[in-house]
Design a protein around this ligand. Structure first.
Ligand code: EPU
Length: 341
């Protein structure tokens, strides 16, 4: 396999470099991303997407941020393995991308290979004879609910309003309406950073509020789900409508990343922010939603810098007014919140 020398380039922010040196370093980095791209493209299946500088804002629900130095939509497990092995050999960080609903992409983009499960091969829904359902990581939760309702399966209705896919919902243990993704999971198939595919039983996994330890450094490929019971399609549809109505009344429709902060134990981040008088607070085009205070909406041209500044401001106000330190729930792509707050 061709050798890559990414590791020889420091990705730390260079200090004491004059502008000509910085420009040269930028060119050298671009050259190495290009080299990786050119070496890998012919090795991937014909239907795989693999691009340089892919804009990510349109792939997120809040619609802001820069591009991915490298972006792939693998069409098979083999594509996935090739990409992961090559990235590991080249010292390139890999970031999985779900439906981008819980994600803030930095304005400068991400120095990484972003892997998305958007290829149709990952959107499977297969009802098994024993009543379980196999779903691919790329299947949208909305479609999962619709297909389950059609098959007369109940227990997935709470997922309907979560604007994510199965992979992201597993990674974040997404939840709504009192239910969590892992409530309905029996087993997860994942691929490790070294390209090894494994299936883990639910009981062997460490799952918590908005967190799944096993998917920290691995990518979910699919899951075996267990519906709670069989019901008639109309009854499932009615339950979905109840949840939909509740969500539409209590959550904003403008572009957002869902709830920005985790709920502190026994409390509600939305209520705390609301009680601190922060609804409508704005930095640039990033605004604390007047409808639900734990949502920050993009009023049109918000940048990631605006959003981060608003997060900082809200945390500071809630700390002073309520004595509670809120922790972000959304991911800051390729970075740690503690490094920017
Ligand atoms: N509240 C206010 N003001 C606000 C918002 C909420 O006073 O601006 C009050 C509500 O009146 C209610 C309480 O806070 O008494 C809780 O609000 P809500 O029922 O909207 O639930 P939440 O805890 O804010 C959670 C999840 C949401 C999920 C909803 C519905 C978290 C951080 N949020 O919100 O998940 O959709 O329940 O089940 O766990 C997400 O994770 O991105 C998300 C949106």
């Amino acid at each position: 396999m061709r050798r890559f020398d990414f590791l020889q380039i420091s990705y730390m922010n260079p200090v004491n470099l004059n502008s000509a040196d910085q420009a040269n370093l930028g060119l050298a980095r671009a050259h190495h991303w290009d080299a990786f791209h050119q070496a890998m493209r012919p090795r991937l299946g014909a239907t795989a997407k693999f691009t340089r500088e892919e804009p990510l804002a349109v792939k997120t629900t809040i619609r802001l941020g820069g591009s991915a130095r490298l972006y792939a939509e693998p069409g098979s497990e083999e594509d996935m393995r090739l990409l992961l092995n090559a990235a590991a050999a080249a010292g390139i960080a890999v970031l999985p991308l779900g439906r981008g609903s819980n994600l803030i992409v930095p304005d400068a983009g991400v120095e990484a290979l972003v892997i998305s499960m958007a290829h149709e091969n990952w959107a499977k829904f297969e009802a098994r004879p024993d009543g379980a359902v196999w779903v691919g990581a790329g299947l949208r939760l909305k479609n999962l609910c619709g297909l389950a309702a059609k098959a007369g399966l109940t227990g997935f209705e709470f997922l309907e309003g979560i604007p994510g896919n199965v992979g992201g919902a597993l990674r974040m243990n997404a939840g709504a309406m009192g239910g969590w993704m892992f409530d309905v999971v029996e087993a997860v198939q994942l691929i490790t950073a070294s390209g090894e595919s494994r299936t883990l039983e639910r009981a062997a996994m460490h799952v918590d509020y908005r967190h799944c330890a096993e998917l920290h450094d691995a990518i979910a490929l699919g899951a075996l789900l267990r519906p709670s019971a069989h019901a008639d399609t109309e009854a499932v549809g009615r339950q979905i409508d109840v949840y939909k109505k509740k969500r539409q009344e209590s959550q904003p429709r403008e572009p957002s990343a869902g709830c920005i902060f985790k709920n502190p134990p026994g409390n509600s981040a939305g209520r705390l922010i609301d009680q601190s008088g922060l609804k409508g607070e704005r930095v640039g085009d990033a605004e604390v939603s007047p409808i639900h205070a734990n949502f920050m909406v993009n009023r049109g041209a918000a940048t990631s810098a605006d959003l981060i500044e608003l997060v900082r401001r809200v945390r500071a106000r809630v700390r002073v007014a309520q004595g509670v330190e809120l922790e972000p729930e959304v991911l800051l792509y390729g970075q740690q919140w503690k490094d920017v707050l």
